[in-house]
Design a protein around this ligand. Structure first.
Ligand SMILES: NC(=O)c1ccc[n+]([C@@H]2O[C@H](COP(=O)([O-])OP(=O)(O)OC[C@H]3O[C@@H](n4cnc5c(N)ncnc54)[C@H](OP(=O)(O)O)[C@@H]3O)[C@@H](O)[C@H]2O)c1
Length: 268
């Protein structure tokens, strides 16, 4: 049996995280990486023979496209040169539809994935989106390639991808914002700045770790730390009243979905 082979186009933050995962997981095949300005780390991996960097162009078996959506239109001709009749393309670009991929790359064998930044430390969630009729072997192969980033969810229909992206793709920013505004509130109430930031950061980290370790739902975990008529309840009544966090989030997710749709139009 021939060994599998991957070609990665764009080894920035996400591309490098994927590549790191493949190498760490002992990917059995050949990894080709295409990037115009490779980092020193990438050059070192090429020097030690773990990857091939900017090798001569040949049709790829599986082609992972991890360039920014904004440059996709201008580099799609170059990407096309890596595509042959047996190539499967997996794009992790935000907002570039299956239809646009198909049109610009000139192949029907395309799929999409939407990772998130915790994938950089193996704690991500990646959404998968396939065209109707994508065979099970291809689906499983692509799923396996994304597992180094963490949990892989889906497949999800492309119609729902903007809503799912607004939760998991953008969600790390909401978690960071929570730490930010908690710290700012602590400062407003007299805490020393460094202390406020440490308390907020470690608390958000700890809540995430506790949620990871527990089978309980987020709502149950919240209820478990809320004594009736206690201090936490007093704060939560402010955060959860209407209009506060729940309705603000519905509005925020709607804004993210609208922007995702706009970006899809711009990259089409
Ligand atoms: N970061 C996230 O949270 C996240 C989440 C979901 C999806 N994504 C998607 O992942 C993709 C990559 O994001 P990123 O954060 O990793 O971006 P990034 O760090 O900017 O990585 C993109 C890489 O592609 C390289 N590149 C540019 N033109 C190229 C070409 N013609 N051929 C090969 N490589 C080329 C860039 O090189 P230069 O820097 O020299 O231009 C850079 O190394 C984006 O499409 C984004 O939508 C990212």
């Amino acid at each position: 049996m021939t060994k599998p082979a991957l070609t990665l186009i764009g080894a920035g933050r996400m591309g490098s995280a994927l590549m790191g995962g493949w190498l760490k997981g002992g990917f059995a095949g050949k990894i080709d990486v295409v990037d115009p300005n490779p980092s020193t780390a990438l050059a070192d991996l090429a020097a030690s023979g773990e990857i091939r960097l900017n090798p001569p162009v040949t049709p790829a078996e599986t082609l992972i496209v991890a360039v920014k959506p904004q440059v996709f239109a201008s580099v799609s001709e170059d990407i096309r040169s890596h595509i042959g009749p047996g190539t499967t393309v997996l794009s992790i670009m935000a907002g570039v539809s299956l239809e646009t991929l198909e049109t610009r790359l000139g192949t029907p064998d395309v799929a999409r994935a939407m990772p998130n930044t915790p994938g950089l430390v193996g704690k991500g969630v990646t959404l998968l989106c396939f065209k109707d009729g994508t065979d099970a072997e291809t689906q499983n192969r692509l799923r396996g390639l994304l597992e180094p980033l963490g949990t892989v969810e889906g497949p999800i229909s492309e119609d729902l991808l903007p809503a799912a992206t607004a939760i998991s793709g953008c969600g790390p920013a909401y978690g960071f914002l929570l730490a930010e505004v908690m710290a700012a509130a602590g400062i407003a109430h007299g805490l020393e700045e460094g202390m406020a930031h440490r308390l907020a950061r470690k608390t958000v980290e700890g809540a995430g770790a506790l949620m990871e370790a527990s089978p309980e739902t987020a709502a149950t975990l919240r209820q478990n730390v809320t004594s009736p008529n206690g201090v936490t309840q007093a704060a939560l009544e402010v955060l959860m009243r209407d209009p506060a966090m729940p309705s603000l989030f519905v509005e925020a997710i709607a804004a993210a979905i609208a922007r995702d749709r706009e970006l899809s139009q711009e990259t089409a």
